[in-house]
Design a protein around this ligand. Structure first.
Ligand SMILES: O=C(/C=C/c1ccc(O)c(O)c1)N[C@@H](Cc1ccc(O)cc1)C(=O)NCCCOc1c(-c2ccc(O)c(O)c2)oc2cc(O)cc(O)c2c1=O
Ligand SMILES: [Ca+2]
Length: 477
């Protein structure tokens, strides 16, 4: 379960946060498949509470494992999985089984079920009080037992050592596997015992070979463990169970590109920065929680709201051979609780698409920004090469090759970069895939002449939209 089960030649997934299943299916066929994305992380698929004003976090308060949410029903979900797998784009489900909904008397769920979280009664599963840990609050993150066996902000804490609970969770996950998913993002893994998780993961079925997976394929498991150091629970407790989210990567890359650290220090990006080993590290610039400013990484986190730095950070993440990478795709928000755009206050609105491939209707679609999707393609093309010929100017201008397949340069100084550099590429004319792309026999953005010695004049002025220039062998005229 350490292998993402990607179709060959693909490397990066996108989190289509709060998108509807029908819209994701179309996006797989119209954009993600053609642009080389490897997969989609979807929002929780199981029934959640209907909270006032529909905040985004209502989907992290389960009512049951019925597959009906504001994103669609079971039939639409199954249809999406098939259509995406058919174009080489895998589906990963955000699964929430540490807890059920928080306090409140008779609440109703998105599939119409009722529940009484206050008395730990969830008849649509069914769960009753014996399936939960004793009621206690997590108020000390230095007490591992509390973090795992008490309630996170009032969310009813399931007892994953209880066989009834294990059966219900496995029914839910194995159902999704039968529908063709490639793996799971395990929400709040830090709040569950690794021993219990191992028991559950070991009883997951192999992936469904009717969806193009090799026989015996195991579900890809990436576990949300928020660990920036300083807590009793460590991310290393989960690395033998699956891949683990590396929040230090998100916080550090934000700090660097905001100017907190010089880019020249990126030369040893990886475990030297305190990150997990590359094969265990699930990496991202921002996620659905910390992009709102109060999550892990606080104000260091870069989001679509800091467009230039955000594109540079994503370009570096995608250019550098570290970790399993995920792109965030958001809806616009100005309030940290705000939920997705709706047509009527309840039904989620579909994204609209402009002539330049960008989105409208309240959707940001970072995954459709040229500088981002072209770097996803870059990562695919250079995927089995190493960093070589690292260059820097002693502060915030850096450049490096990826084997003889790709070259990238960054300028985060407040003065121009304009110098001859080794690109490691065969002689010829290349299109910069950041300022534009190759279109027939021309470049829509900058073009770069590489000499027979592999050197080229690289220019990024300090006031350009994007402080990055990237070349690769498939963007050669
Ligand atoms: O801000 C939020 C929601 C945040 C959130 C949701 C899903 C995630 O995957 C996540 O990482 C964070 N929720 C708001 C509103 C809220 C929701 C439910 C509730 O009973 C009370 C309030 C909030 O203010 N939450 C308190 C601070 C964020 O504390 C939460 C964490 C969390 C934060 C930092 C950590 O180091 C950590 O180990 C866990 O994980 C969740 C996981 C969930 O599945 C559902 C949650 O409600 C939460 C969650 O509230
Ligand atoms: Ca727990």
């Amino acid at each position: 379960q350490f292998d993402p089960n990607y179709a060959s030649g693909r490397t990066t997934m996108v989190h289509l946060f709060e998108w509807k299943w029908d819209d994701i299916a179309a996006e797989c066929e119209n954009f993600l498949g053609p642009k080389g994305y490897a997969g989609v992380q979807v929002s929780p698929v199981n029934e959640n509470i209907v909270a006032n004003n529909r905040p985004w976090w209502e989907r992290y308060q389960p009512i049951s494992y019925l597959l009906t949410t504001r994103s669609g029903n079971e039939q639409q979900f199954a249809n999406m999985v098939r259509r995406c797998n058919n174009v080489g784009v895998r589906i990963y489900v955000d699964v929430v089984f540490n807890h059920m909904a928080a306090d409140g008397s008779n609440v109703r769920g998105t599939a119409g079920s009722t529940a009484n979280p206050g008395s730990k009664n969830f008849p649509a599963v069914p769960y009753s009080s014996t399936d939960f840990h004793a009621t206690c609050a997590i108020n000390n993150y230095n007490d591992a037992n509390q973090v795992r066996n008490c309630e996170l902000v009032g969310l009813k804490d399931l007892d994953q050592s209880n066989s009834w609970v294990q059966e219900r969770i496995l029914d839910f996950l194995n159902k999704l596997i039968s529908l063709g998913v490639a793996g799971f993002r395990v929400d709040a893994a830090k709040h569950m015992s690794p021993t219990d998780l191992k028991t559950i993961y070991n009883r997951l079925n192999n992936l469904n070979t009717e969806h193009g997976f090799a026989d015996g394929s195991r579900p890809f498991i990436f576990q949300e463990v928020i660990d920036l150091g300083g807590e009793a629970i460590s991310k290393y407790e989960y690395t033998d169970l699956g891949v683990v989210t590396e929040f230090l990567h998100s916080a550090s890359i934000g700090r660097v590109f905001r100017g907190g650290d010089q880019l020249r220090w990126l030369t040893n990006w990886g475990t030297a920065w305190g990150f997990l080993p590359s094969t265990s590290a699930f990496v991202f610039v921002d996620n659905h929680d910390n992009q709102r400013g109060h999550g892990a990484g606080g104000s260091d986190i870069l989001t679509y709201k800091n467009a230039k730095q955000y594109k540079m950070a994503n370009a570096f993440m995608l250019a550098y051979p570290f970790g399993i990478s995920r792109i965030m795709s958001s809806f616009a928000f100005d309030d940290t609780d705000q939920g997705p755009p709706t047509t009527d206050g309840n039904n989620i609105a579909s994204p609209t698409f402009n002539a330049d491939n960008s989105c409208g209707g309240g959707w940001v679609c970072e995954h459709r920004w040229r500088q981002i999707y072209n770097m996803v393609g870059f990562r695919n093309i250079v995927s089995n090469t190493n960093v070589q010929n690292w260059w820097d100017n002693g502060s915030n201008q850096i450049a490096f090759c990826r084997g003889n397949k790709g070259f990238v340069a960054f300028n985060n100084d407040n003065y121009d970069l304009n110098t001859s550099l080794q690109t490691c590429l065969p002689a010829g004319t290349y299109c910069d895939i950041i300022s534009g792309e190759k279109s027939g026999s021309t470049c829509t953005g900058k073009s770069v002449e590489v000499g027979s010695d592999g050197r080229a004049n690289i220019s990024i002025s300090q006031n350009e939209d994007d402080g990055v220039l990237a070349l690769h062998v498939e963007a050669k005229l």
